[in-house]
Design a protein around this ligand. Structure first.
Ligand code: K1U
Ligand code: ZN
Length: 186
């Protein structure tokens, strides 16, 4: 197992459309192990393989709360087969856009088809944070970022800040304190 570096915007690889996984084999399981190590270390609740520079349609997730036992989940070739008309809003973050949070409206419920680590197909109906996180991660597999769902004005401001930091080789510092919602602090 190895912790990998997470790509940060404006890295162009984050805009790639990832490839369908052809075979659920040993190298794929090693990739999943590395993704979990990277996701837990970040820390994050989800990760798409492209965020560590691997353009394969693989997603890891763990939505367990701090006081709960770990609940790792893997989604290979995840695909949305149905979305509700009803929308829900969530204050989203992204490990590839550190320290930036913004409200995003997405379908409240989705059905998602995927393969597990044995190559077995499943279809689940997701609601709440699972629905939000699955849509966020499936977006990553298609080269879409959560800032693509916010206003152009806000997106341009974020991109400008990260491009400037990348040029200077600096990490991006959090902006105003009210950029980060209270439940994400501490
Ligand atoms: O894909 C990613 O960049 C990971 C991202 C997943 C996500 C968060 C919120 C809504 C949708 C998708 C993160 O994990 S950001 C970090 C985060 O939300 C978090 C980290 C530690 C504890 C609790 C939350
Ligand atoms: Zn993300």
């Amino acid at each position: 197992m190895a912790k990998r570096d997470i790509l940060i915007i404006p890295d162009k690889r984050l805009r790639l459309k990832s490839e369908t996984v052809k075979s659920v084999d040993k190298p794929l399981r090693a990739l999943v192990d590395d993704m979990f190590e990277t996701m837990y270390a970040a820390p994050g609740i989800g990760l798409a393989a492209i965020q560590i520079g691997v353009p394969q349609r693989v997603v890891t997730m763990d939505l367990a709360k701090k006081d709960e036992a770990p609940a790792p989940q893997v989604f290979i070739n995840p695909e949305i087969t149905w979305s509700s008309a009803e929308q829900a809003t969530y204050d989203e973050g992204c490990l590839s856009i550190p320290e930036y949070y913004e409200e995003v409206a997405r379908p409240k419920k989705v059905k998602v088809k995927f393969l597990d680590l044995e190559g077995k197909e499943h279809e689940i109906e997701a609601d709440g944070l699972l629905a939000t996180c699955l849509q966020h991660e499936i977006d990553h597999t298609n080269g879409v970022l959560f800032i693509d769902h916010i206003s152009k004005l806000k997106r341009d401001m974020v991109m400008k800040k990260f491009k400037k930091a990348a040029k200077r080789g600096e990490p991006v510092k959090p902006g105003r304190e009210d950029d980060v919602p209270e439940h994400h602090i501490g």
